[in-house]
Write a protein that binds this ligand. Structure first.
Ligand code: GLN
Length: 288
């Protein structure tokens, strides 16, 4: 070991400076060492082996070039689950946990509900719901075979068996099947939005991000067809951009949905809109 081999503290400090982000520096070093992040603190004065130091240097370079941490490590935590992610899938975001919370409020724990996740990507939403509601049977669709492969892998890793994965575009593969609840985090960014040139978005699949000139093309399709796939009293909930709340509720109203609302994320921005397909008798209405 040469005297210049850095210890863990020094390696972290140097990487933090280069990346301007302590958490990224820690996550990448933990990944290079195959240890949990907490391990780093207790071993701050351990020396890095030359192999580990070299591996860490490569990861720092990837990150400096803008590659998302989740794609470098192939992992991202969502809800209580550690998920595999690849460039075929969107990286699950913390604000999408709001969609999961609102869906769970509408799926009674003791009832065998039927739920649908449209455009499941890594499977994040469907897996979180399936994990919390073992009696609910889910269908999760995606137009990307590569994304579905990742989602199915995540389901197997977490021993989640109550999701049926189906390949196809939105409702296309579902015939006339109806559900108690439909959730989706569809693409909702406008073509040409400057955010697409920034941060993680540069590396994520365009098909999971962009949806026409106003970002609402896919939401329009989902809202238009959802009534054909909901039981009376069933719920549609979907994520959208923070300036799309009014438009989302207008679309829901025009399509015949009732009990419309928009929920705000932790930054107090409109993030999820929802509505109910009319006529009582849905999964969470009182049983007669
Ligand atoms: N929430 C993502 C972002 O704005 C976009 C995800 C999406 O289009 N569904 O960074």
């Amino acid at each position: 070991m040469t005297p210049n081999t850095p210890d863990i503290r020094r390696a972290l400090n140097e990487a933090t400076q280069r990346l301007s982000d302590r958490v990224d520096a820690e996550v990448l070093l933990a990944y290079a060492l195959s240890k949990p992040r907490s391990w780093l603190i207790a071993h701050a004065t351990d020396l890095l082996s030359p192999d580990h130091a070299a591996a860490y240097a490569v990861l720092i370079e990837q990150r400096e070039a803008g590659e998302p941490v989740a794609y470098i490590t192939g992992r991202r935590g969502f809800w209580s689950l550690d998920l595999e992610v690849t460039p075929a899938t969107l990286i699950p975001r913390p604000e999408t946990e709001l969609l999961v919370e609102l869906a769970l409020e509408r799926l009674p724990i003791q009832q065998a509900c039927q739920a649908l996740d449209l455009g499941t990507g890594s499977g994040a939403i469907a897996l979180a719901i399936a994990h919390e509601r073992p009696m609910t049977q889910l269908v999760a669709t995606d137009a990307s075979i590569d994304a579905l492969t990742v989602a199915q892998h995540n389901a197997r890793r977490h021993h989640i068996g109550n999701i049926h994965f189906i390949h196809g575009d939105w409702f296309a593969p579902l015939d006339d099947r109806r559900f108690d609840l439909i959730v989706s985090n569809p693409p909702y960014i406008a073509t040409g939005d400057l955010h697409l040139q920034q941060g993680d978005l540069r590396f994520e699949p365009m098909s999971a991000l962009v949806s026409g000139n106003d970002g609402l093309d896919d939401i329009r399709r989902i809202v238009r067809d959802a009534g054909l796939h909901l039981v009376p009293g069933g719920w549609l909930l979907f994520e959208h951009g923070w300036r799309q709340g009014d438009a989302a509720r207008a679309l829901l109203r025009d399509a015949g949905f009732v009990e419309l609302s928009t929920a705000r994320d932790l930054e107090q921005r409109d993030r999820v809109s929802m509505g109910r397909w009319p006529v009582s008798g849905g999964c969470d209405s009182p049983q007669s």
